[in-house]
Design a protein. Structure first.
Length: 428
């Protein structure tokens, strides 16, 4: 079969672009048996990892100080009437999201429909799948890989419109319900749905039980990935810590991600205030991703801002933290497992799969700040021997399940099974 992956230009980040980047990179060294793969073009040449200069860091910390004194700036919020109208502001936003996704995938869409003879149009977002279901040729199948652990309208309405709302309240908005119905319809119309693991599908069903029906026959292709950079000249942990100005004599946990509401950063920050005194339980949390100036001052918090060299940062810390309210199967946790780090995880979605695969995990049963604080206390208090044992378990999990070769093998199996079924139907 010829499989055309449809999506945006490839780039090392989250979502479809990052997933396809990892798959395309792994595919270069894999001998595909009986199948040809086509990928979107690369966004740009990879740049060498870099850290912000001292002037940039100083400016960010000054803005952070100003914000701590003057308070957070006012952010846009839609008018309450427009938020509850049907159609209203969320509907308009979702239309724009759909148009942007189709525009970003235009190169691979045009190639698949006009000339590369693809048998499978392997899509990575709802809007592109819907677009291609209506325009595919008679012999072409449309597959859809879901990259979000929640419906798209919930994700965008929550992240963009009202991040301070409880997600259950957002589900009640008319536009969100309408777009969930549309997403369920697309899932029912495509030929295959692909998820990384069954608990990821449970996350969608948690928001709307109807997803359990449309995902009942989903295929599961566990993600694999590799870090971005080797360890130059065997640099020590102390050298890596100096690079990010992390204390050399304290345990350091790492939150790696953005500040979108589903990521649970707000709970993590509240949990820091509940930790015992540093003299009793020493340790700090480094936060990489959110802008430095957006984070409050906390004695146990180290704000790093954007970090391009994730592999290097992981060498500097003692454990990784994932406090997602919803979890698919995070690339950052795969990279943490590759680096041999213990994982502090909220026990939902794809985080459960890391535990089930044998990674060195400490699981949080809920996201109440006292629970997160207790988990941090446990991680900070680990003996060196216990920390090393958990790290070895994470690395063993990576080697056994999560390498780029494993990712390609699982795609090969998916394509083989689909090709066999197509042949059986043709003979019938």
């Amino acid at each position: 079969m010829k499989i055309a992956h449809i999506g945006p230009r490839l780039a090392r980040r989250g979502g479809p672009a990052g997933y396809l980047y990892e798959l395309a990179r792994a595919a270069q060294g894999y001998q595909w048996q009986g199948h040809t793969l086509v990928f979107p073009p690369m966004a740009h040449a990879e740049q060498p990892p870099s850290s912000p200069g001292w002037w940039s860091r100083a400016g960010a910390h000054l803005r952070r100080l100003k914000r701590s004194v003057a308070g957070a700036p006012r952010f846009y919020r839609p008018d309450a009437a427009d938020l509850t109208a049907a159609p209203g502001v969320i509907h308009r936003n979702m239309l724009q999201v759909a148009m942007d996704a189709i525009r970003d995938a235009a190169e691979s869409i045009d190639g698949a429909l006009e000339g590369n003879g693809a048998d499978v149009l392997f899509t990575h977002d709802m809007a592109t799948a819907e677009y291609l279901v209506e325009r595919r040729r008679a012999h072409q199948q449309v597959w859809l890989m879901l990259h979000s652990p929640m419906p798209q309208a919930l994700y965008h309405g929550w992240s963009w419109a009202v991040p301070e709302f409880d997600w259950r309240k957002i589900l009640d908005l008319a536009d969100v319900r309408s777009w969930i119905n549309r997403e369920l319809d697309v899932c029912a119309r495509v030929d295959r749905i692909i998820l990384p693991c069954p608990p990821a599908g449970d996350e969608l069903a948690r928001t709307d039980r109807r997803f359990a029906t449309v995902l009942a026959h989903a295929d599961y292709v566990l993600t694999g990935a590799a870090g971005s950079s080797p360890n130059p000249a065997g640099a020590t942990r102390a050298q890596w810590r100096r690079r990010w100005r992390l204390p050399d004599d304290l345990p350091v946990g790492l939150y790696l991600g953005n500040a979108q509401p589903y990521r649970g950063l707000d709970v993590l920050l509240r949990a820091l205030d509940l930790l015992p005194e540093r003299s009793d339980v020493p340790g700090v949390v480094a936060v990489a991703g959110p802008a430095i100036e957006s984070l409050p001052f906390r004695r146990r918090l180290r704000a790093l801002g954007h970090v391009s060299d994730v592999s290097g940062l992981l060498r500097a810390v003692d454990f990784a933290i994932n406090v997602n309210r919803f979890s698919l199967f995070d690339l950052s946790m795969i990279e943490a497992a590759e680096a041999g780090k213990p994982l502090l995880l909220h026990a939902v979605g794809g985080n459960l799969t890391f535990r089930n695969l044998g990674a060195g995990c400490v699981m949080l049963p809920n996201l109440e700040p006292p629970t997160v604080a207790a988990g941090l206390t446990q991680m900070f208090s680990l003996s060196p021997q216990r920390r090393q044992a958990l790290g070895r378990a994470s690395r063993a999990c990576y080697e056994a399940h999560l390498t780029p070769a494993h990712l390609c093998e699982r795609h090969q199996q998916l394509y083989d099974e689909a090709d066999s079924r197509t042949r059986q139907v043709g003979r019938a």
